[in-house]
Design a protein around this ligand. Structure first.
Ligand code: PLP
Length: 389
């Protein structure tokens, strides 16, 4: 029997592409299984283990039988720890009633479903993290990419945002520090964006998951600006700061009128975040910060090696990322970033993400993660140099 596959797939899903980062990780695993010595600079996760005290807290929770559903918005002690952290570190006036614990990606999806839909526009950074645009498409809304160009430090300027706000605009996504460019938004840009959101009655969804991975710059949360909290959902998570990608744990902080519809999405989708992972989350926020600081110090050293090495290769150039753990590298060849990346994988056995995966403005760039050992970074640089010269 021949199935008409297209007919079976919802119209909404037909134009939505899978995640290039997830797909590339699969490809790298396949090549390695065939014995190829591939270096992957494609993945967006710290290569460190989750700190021991966090693991111990989750193990203890399992041993104590903490294995059932939790309240949908998360356990009280974690919501309190998140609220305290958000007040003290981010200057957001909030309490535990403003917190929903959720895998970070799911919190973003819940916000997109809650605040946008058919006939409505969502502004997002271009280049921007690979899942924002598909999330907007899955919500049936229209993505409106805002170009973030090198001359502006890869930030969405208030001017560029203002030019693209339509009467149908409902929501704007901000991401600082930014994946893929490593840009950390300055106070002025963020204030400009917050003012525009107020003027046009937009919900701001700000993804701050890389806030602790900084190289000298200061991080600012829009929700801390006077009056901005009422229209802002601040999203954050444990994956990057505490090397907890597999735990699937993060959170959203928002006023009740925004958190309630997001909670409804959560109640009818995943119900709650994993119970014992939440106990690990409490240990992460309440425990020693040494492991985080040590990890960021290591990222900083690798960043130096990566940026210097890239700029020494003829035809490649790269600004210093101010945050996160990615080098955003431009290349001179007039070919598509997908072809350039495939060439590097084939000839240098180095996996990188094509810039075009992050939006049209990403063409001419590749993204290289330095969340891998210095030896790997050096060997990858050597291989790329050999192939390009
Ligand atoms: C900018 C950004 N936001 C959100 C996420 C999702 O994080 P998590 O894997 O914890 O759901 C990622 C992961 O790569 C990211 O880079």
């Amino acid at each position: 029997m021949i199935y008409l596959i297209d007919h079976m797939v919802s119209e909404r899903m037909r134009g939505v592409k899978g995640s290039p980062t997830v797909r590339l990780s699969g490809l790298v695993a396949e090549l390695r299984a065939r014995g190829e010595n591939v270096i992957s600079l494609a993945i967006g996760e710290p290569d460190f283990p989750t700190p021991a005290h966090i693991v111990e807290a989750a193990k203890k929770a399992l041993d104590e039988g903490f294995t059932r559903y939790t309240p949908s918005r998360g356990i009280g002690e974690l919501r309190e720890a998140i609220a305290e952290k958000s007040q003290q570190e981010n200057g957001i006036q909030c309490g535990p009633e403003n917190v929903m614990v959720s895998p970070t990606k799911h919190a973003l999806f819940a916000a997109t479903l809650a605040f946008s839909g058919a006939g409505e526009d969502v502004l997002l950074p271009d280049p921007g993290w690979v899942s924002y645009l598909p999330m907007v498409q899955m919500a049936n809304a229209r993505p409106v990419p805002v170009p973030c160009v090198e001359e502006d430090g890869f930030q969405m300027t208030p001017e560029a945002v203002g030019e693209r706000i339509t009467p149908k605009a409902r929501m704007i996504i901000v991401n600082t520090p930014n994946n893929p460019t490593g840009s950390v938004y300055d106070l002025e840009s963020l204030k400009g964006i917050a003012d525009l959101a107020e003027d046009h009655d937009l919900v701001i969804v700000t993804d701050e998951i890389y806030e602790r991975i900084l190289y000298g710059e200061s991080h600012h949360s829009i929700a801390s600006f006077p009056g901005a909290f009422e229209r802002t959902v601040t999203i954050n998570g444990f994956s990057k700061t505490y090397a907890m990608t597999g735990w699937r744990l993060g959170w959203a902080v928002a006023p009740g009128h925004l958190l309630d519809p997001m909670s409804t999405v959560q109640e009818h989708s995943i119900t709650c975040a994993t119970s014992f992972a939440q106990k690990g989350g409490v240990a992460a926020l309440r425990g020693p910060e040494g492991p985080v600081e040590e990890m960021v110090r290591k990222f900083a050293r690798r960043r130096e090696v990566m940026v210097k090495g890239m700029n020494e290769i003829p035809g490649l150039s790269c600004q210093e990322p101010q945050g996160a753990f990615y080098a955003w590298v431009s290349y001179e060849d007039p070919i598509k970033s997908l072809d350039f990346s495939e060439m590097l994988l084939e000839k240098a056995l180095v996996a990188v993400i094509p810039g075009g995966a992050f939006g049209d403005e990403g063409e001419g760039y590749i993204r290289l993660s330095f969340a891998t050992s210095q030896d790997n970074v050096r060997e990858a640089l050597k291989r790329i140099r050999e192939v390009l010269s």
